[in-house]
Structures are given as structure tokens and as C-alpha cells.
Design a protein around this ligand. Sequence first.
Ligand code: FAD
Length: 413
Amino acid sequence: MVGGGIGGLSAAFALSRLGLKVRVLERAKEFGEVGAGLQIAPNCTRILDDYGLLEEAKSRGVVPDRMVMRDAVDGEELTALDLRDLEREYGFPYMVIHRSDLHALLLEACRDAGVELCTEQGVVAYGQDADKATVTTESGTVHEAAVVIAADGLHSVARTLLVDDEPVSSAYVAYRGTVAVAEVDRPIDLSEVVVYVGPRCHFVHYGLRGGALLNQVAVFQSPKALAGQEDWGTPDELDAAFAGTTDIVRQSLPHMWRDKWWRMYDRDPIDTWVQGRIALLGDAAHPPLQYMAQGAIMAIEDGWVLAEHAKRLRGPDGGIDWAATLSAYEAVRPEHCRRVLTTAREWGELWHLDGFERVQRNALLRARDIDDYSFTDWIYGPTALFPEDEPPMFEPVPLSSADRITDEPVHMT
Ligand code: FAD
């Protein structure tokens, strides 16, 4: 396994559960995560439960009651998801957790399972022959294995074996910040995950660590990025982007970390993730814009699917048919992740509308039936193992005969 982020560690754990010998090569000096909160939807808590890690994850995070979308300009509620009902619908909870807490949980699980965890192993080259795959690190060490799974993130070296592409800049930038709830100087309801959507900006907050911490994310379109300037995303742009937002959002900005920010990139979806004995996983294969909150989840799903196929394709001698395993993995995962990547781009556009389009969006969201799960089944339902298990994006609603569009001309009187 190359890369010890959430994707690499969760896949390493999944494969080690089959009794396989797994080695993780991480470039950094220490295993760890930067950033703050992660939303973990039922399609992932289902997998954490299968791994026996869900209860511990819940105890380190928060299981909120509601997810609410508000207009960032006037603060009005637009739509909501009842997360307790969502849990009944999908059988598993929607939770939020500090990314370093989830990463630590996976690291502990890997250690307990006997995964070999190696740091300062930046992989610079890949090779393979009929019997094995190899990787070479910056120091010249060569590691070999039956297969190499590359979970080396947005700037994946392994991806260059498969495609000659570049990260795509969205011209949006994220500021993050966690603050002790005791220090928050405004009323805050930690039973809710709240997103305020506004013109070219949005703001998210939710609780972490059993409600001891408040996680905040402020995202906006950078005028300097659009103008092609190098130094885009600076704090002056943050303040200007949110100047027209409701009080509660503006009062939150001083609590953001103002000395670092994350420029938001994704990549175009690709269908080929496997080359012989080398396969991509997680952001290396499908880095998304974060609007669907599914990036880490997709990475965890990838590892689960890979291990399920390896289990299915294990021979009586315990040997795994890796060609068939990687082919089954590649048959199902790229299409699902392509949907998430493209939907995330569209979802972000919708969040950031201005003017009359914003008014239309708000009217549509307010009219949404909050008990309607037809738009979430494809994402929160069980992770598909085979292409035919992949749910449709949404079930088309049958039109009543009165609504049906006919070929008859419309008569204006
Ligand atoms: P990474 O986390 O990038 O890990 C890659 C690892 O590989 C790193 O440890 C790196 O050091 C190592 N590495 C890199 N190159 C090499 C090399 N050459 N050799 C060895 N090691 C190497 N996702 C969600 O599911 N829910 C959310 O709510 C959510 N919110 C988000 C909010 C923001 C603002 C952002 C930016 C992202 C969010 N995501 C969310 C997405 C999520 O963070 C990522 O999709 C996920 O962390 C990807 O994990 P990964 O392990 O594939 O890659």
C-alpha cells in the first residue's frame, strides 16, 4: 500500500482482515492528518460497522440529529435531513468526526491487525513483471509485493502510469477552524450539521469530539484566482467574500484559522484505475470537490470493495486471484466515483448561485419533501460490489396522466 491517509489505512486494514501480509509505505515522517472535521454518511458507517470500528468512531465523534441547509444571506432554512430518520432508512448513522480521530482509529486498527507501517518512504517509481509489482522510494529502497495499491492522494505518482492529467482548479478556497465550544460567543446547536449556502461562498459548522469542539469551514470563490494571480485565497479575500452574509456567519469568521487555507482542486473522472498489478485507490483515483462530503468515504468504500473481491476470489490454498480481484474492483468503482465527482461539481454550482437563480434555487429547496430519499439512495445505500448492484441516481417519479407531456400543441387563448 502506498500512502497512509484514510484511504490507504482503511484498505490496509480491510486486506489484513483476510490474513494477508500488508505493508503501508507513507512519505511523511509520521502518520497523521491535517484539517478538521469529516462527515461520515451511512454508506461508510455501514463499512465501519463491518470492520467492528463503528462504536469507537461514534464515541470519538458526534451523531447529530439534523442536517440543515440555510441561505447564507438571510439565514433562512431552505431544507433539512432528519438524520435519525435517515439512520432508520439506511440502517446506519450519519456521523461527524475529527479527521485525525478517524485516522488514529484506523492506524490503531492496522497496528492491532499486524499491518507493517513504514514512514519516510516516499515512492517515486513503480515497476512490475509477470510475478510481482515493485516500488522504489526516494532513498532507493525497492519493495516488492503481489500487488501495489496506490493511495497517494491528489498528486499521485501512480496515477501518471494511467493518465496524463492535472488537478483542475475550481478557483474556490477553504478556510477551516476548530474552536472549543466553551469559547464560542454565540448560541450554537450541536445537534445540527449546518451549511449556509450563498453567492460564490458557503459556510459549514458542526460539533466534534462528543460536542467539545466546533468545526467550521468557510469556502469561497477567489477573485484573484479568476484573475490568474498567484497569491489567491488570502484572508482579505475571505472577509470580502462573506461581507454580505448573515450575522451568524460573519461572527464565525474570526474563529477560522487564518494562517492557512486549502485551494480546492479535483480531477476529471477516469475509468482505468488498474495497470497489471498496480491499482489506484482514494483521492489518487478520484479526488472530488468536497460538496458531496464523500471523498474519504469513497476511499473507504474502495478498500472494502477490493477486500470483498479478494475474499471471494481466494483459492483453497489461500492464494488470491489478483487479476480477477483488481478487474472486479475496476468494474464497479470508477462509475460510482465518476457520478460523485460530477455531481459534486454541479452541487457546488447550485450552492453558490446569486441573483434570480438563487431565488429559484431557494424556492425549489423549500418545496422539497424532507422525507423523500429518492435522491440519496444511490449515495447512502449499500456500497455496490458489482456494476448491476449500483442503484440508479434517483428513481424517476411516474407522472400522473394529467402531468404527462403529449405531442398535442398547446393552445393559447
Ligand atoms: P490523502 O488523504 O491525500 O492521503 C494520501 C497519503 O499518501 C498521505 O498520507 C500522503 O502523505 C501520502 N503520500 C503522498 N504521496 C506519496 C508517495 N509518493 N509515497 C508515499 N506516500 C505518499 N470527505 C468525506 O468523506 N467527508 C467530508 O466531510 C469531507 N470534507 C472535506 C472537506 C474539505 C475542505 C476537503 C478539502 C476535503 C474533504 N473531504 C471529505 C475529502 C477527503 O478529505 C479526502 O477525499 C480524503 O482524505 C482522501 O484520502 P486519501 O487517503 O485517498 O488521500
